[in-house]
Design a protein around this ligand. Sequence first.
Ligand SMILES: Cc1cc2nc3c(=O)[nH]c(=O)nc-3n(C[C@H](O)[C@H](O)[C@H](O)COP(=O)(O)OP(=O)(O)OC[C@H]3O[C@@H](n4cnc5c(N)ncnc54)[C@H](O)[C@@H]3O)c2cc1C
Length: 412
Amino acid sequence: MAGVVIVGAGQAGVQAAESLRRGGYAGAVTLIGEEPVAPYQRPPLSKAYLAGTMDLDRVILKPEATLAEDAIAFVPATRITAIDRAARTVTAEDGRSWAYEHLILATGSRVRRLPVEGAQLAGVHYLRTTTDVDGLRAELVAGARLAVIGGGYIGLEVAAVARKAGLAVTVIEAAERVLARVTTPEISAFYQDLHRAEGVTILTGTGVTALEAGADPARVGAVRLADGSTVPADLVLVGIGIIPNAELAAQAGLATTNGIDTDTNACTSDPAIFAIGDCASRPLAHYGDRRGRLESVHNALEQAKLAAAAILGTPPPPLEAPWFWSDQYDVKLQIAGLSTGAARTVLRGDPATRRFAAFHLAPGNRLLAVDAVNSAPEFIVGRQLIARQQVVAPEKLADMSISMKAIAADPA
Ligand SMILES: Cc1cc2nc3c(=O)[nH]c(=O)nc-3n(C[C@H](O)[C@H](O)[C@H](O)COP(=O)(O)OP(=O)(O)OC[C@H]3O[C@@H](n4cnc5c(N)ncnc54)[C@H](O)[C@@H]3O)c2cc1C
């Protein structure tokens, strides 16, 4: 029996395989991944694993033995290069092929490369895989000068780890504020203040035009900025976003826009093929007719469960509000929902205490998103209210004397 073939053995692919088995799927499940290692989780790569406080065993999602126990055939170090939808087969670079009844594309994303002269110099790093971390960590030496290009979550998390390791760190962000793509000015301001208080130099509204070699002509020595000045750097970390791995799907004629288009159940334009995780563009359940890609563990897990349920013919799991987290220094940020389109932001607590939440409300005060800094109750209740598409009284949210439990019970 052809069974289910899953292409991509990351967070989404592994969850899909597990959910199929847990749901009683009796056919063959084949999990094919390009990387040579057992499936692993990425969030620690820019946090504890980079810092050296978490070892590889704890980063691994499923050891090969556990996959085998669950009758999941794991095929590492294998890149799938073609899908034949008529024959229902996938073919690898080395010519091997697998037949499928259902195919799940869980191909994730890849880093966006810095498109400037000098980007190929030694000492220029990206962060997506364990191999990337191993190369970067080896150069995180106290006293070295690190330039981080891109003030997104990954850049800022690396900046925090590097500061703690005693490096001199400069973050260079092209937009007017860090985290501009993902959050509101209040949260950006908090993170800029946080990093500056920890000794990081943050440059915003600053483009990069080239990377220049230092004394060693093969190795980076400075970052040239758009205003002509330079930032000296012994190493560079580039974190300027990711590109979905959607080419395999597009070549097979599946609908793709920014990622592989899916319906609510993670099904692509071919009913036998699903797409899940970073590579998929999905309807955003709590946000009207919006669609988009979500780059998070929660999204990978949720879509994996949706695809498995569709294949099993069981009811889909309830859709939750999207969520994400980031750890920097002693600050845990938990984000629920999507703040795009917010008409106003209500602060609860004082950012100076490093414990507060920013609630983002649509016109009419429906809760769209919450950014909770060291504030678990605000995050937990916020997620529930977002999923309920709840209208919330802003004055209640701003009033710390009203507990989040009380707000959950009587929000408006
Ligand atoms: C450094 C870092 C920190 C992060 N921190 C957080 C965080 O704090 N919180 C959070 O929620 N999210 C975080 N994320 C995002 C989260 O890890 C991703 O959203 C998640 O890993 C997506 O899972 P995925 O399975 O879609 O993709 P991946 O985990 O990227 O897995 C895709 C796999 O498919 C393989 N593949 C691709 N093409 C092929 C092919 N043709 N044939 C075979 N295999 C193929 C790839 O090699 C890869 O192994 C972080 C990501 C990174 C990189």
